[in-house]
Design a protein around this ligand. Sequence first.
Ligand SMILES: Nc1ncnc2c1ncn2[C@@H]1O[C@H](COP(=O)(O)OP(=O)(O)OP(=O)(O)O)[C@@H](O)[C@H]1O
Ligand SMILES: [Mg+2]
Length: 278
Amino acid sequence: MSADVVTRSSEPVLAACGVTQTYRLNRARLFEKRPVLTALDKVDFDVRPGEAVGLVGESGSGKSTLTRLLIGIEAPVSGVVTFEGEDVGRMTADRRHRFRRSVQMVLQDPRSSLDPRMRVGTALMEPLRSLRIEGDHRARVRTVLGQVGLDEQALEKYPHQFSGGQLQRIAIARALMPEPRVLVADEPVSALDVSIQAQVLNLLRDLVDELGLSLILIAHDLSVVAYTTSRVSVMASGRIVETGRPADLFSRPGAEATRNLVDAVLTVRDGIAGTALA
Ligand SMILES: Nc1ncnc2c1ncn2[C@@H]1O[C@H](COP(=O)(O)OP(=O)(O)OP(=O)(O)O)[C@@H](O)[C@H]1O
Ligand SMILES: [Mg+2]
């Protein structure tokens, strides 16, 4: 890659280029060869600075596998993941540290991602300690709490003292602590009450706008990513089968997997509307 390409502002901050991932499954019978499952098959995916992109697909299509490669906890069997234009598998320790700090994850269920015995204040500082980031941690906590709309009383409390929506705000706050460039959110609202899903999605959208963050939002539900992102990729059986603007995917779904996701959204909406009218 030439230097001028790397420095262009529209260059992806995080990208998967032709990544394939396989897993060896358990053999059904003794002495049989272990079957190999291709969870990702030559996938290209990226996010640019300040952009919110979505990844949708039915269960088992490979979304979380792609996420694990993008955040560097698994390496692909072929293809590369790049951060700021550099192969994350070949980084110096310094660059690797910057990558680990700059790409943060928000998980589906904040109740299981937050330690129940740890006060929120301690949990928020934890990423700074484990990444050995210096500076005024207390000031950073106050800034981040403001960004997610929580007050300082939260710091002394334990996770069980919060609602699911508040806990997901805390999980987002923790991800923001090391001043990341990219947030990767894998089904961040599917464990939440429908009534508070929009609040959390609005928060993610505001963070993209106000902090210039990049967001990768993963969901089963096309309406969730359509609401939050400007570009959506649809996965099926380990491949990206279609990428487009959410409105276009809804009005002109090209791939069968996209049509199924559109139908699923409409079925749920019809169901809700039908109930309300009954
Ligand atoms: N560590 C692993 N060992 C074996 N198979 C795996 C492993 N991780 C994922 N798989 C398989 O890879 C495929 C893709 O799984 P993945 O979790 O990425 O799907 P997903 O799109 O995130 O699904 P969901 O929507 O249910 O979260 C599935 O068939 C899954 O069973
Ligand atoms: Mg998953």
